[in-house]
Design a protein around this ligand. Structure first.
Ligand code: BG6
Length: 297
């Protein structure tokens, strides 16, 4: 059997997606998923037992090789947010703007589908001029596991930030809550900013929210009675969790985000940013993993 036929039999197809961009579609007894090679971005995952897609996608997303896709799981690497010193460097790094290569695709014995994407290079950006190899592993089925592994292939040490910037679909941002970050210190990126500490209650949303929770390895649970589900977000080798909803004005300011879309999404991002940036010596590797599981009420 050819590699193409083997993948086809496993429900894995390489197709042309929006904007003519290449994507991998997965259909198995356990669920469906879709990953664009542009950014190695997971844009869809729905386990068979879930009544609705788990990830949020903007209906206004660009599908343009020069722009990031809005929604799903953008891979932010090797910096998060604006670059520290180079204002011309793209926000959240170059990984989500790069075309990754699909290097493995197979059905596993447990019925889950495993995909591996790679991005390797040297001086891909003046703002981060190192030789590296990054691999994104996606295991889709009843749960979704995404792991970003980075290897230093340079002859000098390097430091990077990373985030699996996961957008979740929610029934109504006013009605959900997120637990797991109680009593955790966070950097508030809204208004005057500064460090604050979450009280002993789950997060509820009443306005623009852009927070980097510091030194937390905890799992979070998005409790959504409207969609009658809880989504558990658990992680490994990640010390930061970012929680984001742009609210009205920021949503309006983004060309690829509908004015009425902000109440239907929330980002809970598995990350290593700021003081939690990863330092790698030549030859070293680091792997950060997030696992999503949906429990119906
Ligand atoms: C979040 C950041 O992770 O991503 C926000 O904390 C930012 O500050 C948001 O606005 C979206 O970024 P972008 O570049 O995809 O519009």
């Amino acid at each position: 059997m050819s590699e193409h036929d083997r993948r086809d039999a496993a429900g894995i197809r390489e197709t042309t997606g929006n904007g003519g961009l290449s994507r991998v579609e997965v259909v198995s007894a356990l669920g469906t998923a879709e990953v664009y090679l542009h950014g190695a971005q997971v844009t869809q995952w729905q386990p068979s037992h879930a009544a609705a897609p788990v990830l949020w996608m903007s209906a206004h997303s660009s599908y343009d090789p020069a722009k990031p896709i809005r929604g799903g799981i953008p891979v932010c690497f090797p910096w998060f947010g604006a670059h520290d010193s180079d204002r011309a460097a793209p926000a959240h790094g170059f990984a989500r703007l790069s075309d990754w290569t699909l290097t493995q695709a197979a059905a596993r014995d447990d019925g889950e589908t495993s995909l591996r994407f790679e991005l390797a290079g040297e001086r891909l950006s003046e703002a981060w001029p190192f030789r590296f190899r990054a691999a994104l592993e996606v295991i889709a089925g009843a749960t979704l596991t995404v792991a970003l592994e980075v290897e230093n292939r340079d002859d000098q040490p390097f430091t990077y930030e990373e985030a699996l910037h996961t957008y979740f679909g929610v029934s109504d941002i006013f009605a959900i809550s997120i637990s797991g970050l109680e009593r955790t210190t966070y950097l508030d990126k809204v208004g005057a900013g500064g460090e604050r500490t979450q009280d002993d209650q789950p997060i509820r949303f009443t306005g623009e929210t852009d927070r980097v929770y510091l030194e937390t390895t905890a799992a979070c649970v998005i409790d959504d009675r409207g969609l009658r589900r809880r989504i558990a977000v658990s992680k490994e080798h990640s010390r930061s969790t970012v929680v984001w909803n742009p609210w009205i004005a920021k949503a309006h300011a983004m060309a690829d985000f509908g004015d009425d879309e902000w109440p239907g999404m929330v980002c809970v991002e598995t990350a290593n940013v700021g003081d939690a940036a990863v330092h790698l010596l030549p030859g070293e590797r680091h792997r950060m993993t997030v696992r999503l599981a949906v429990e119906p009420y």
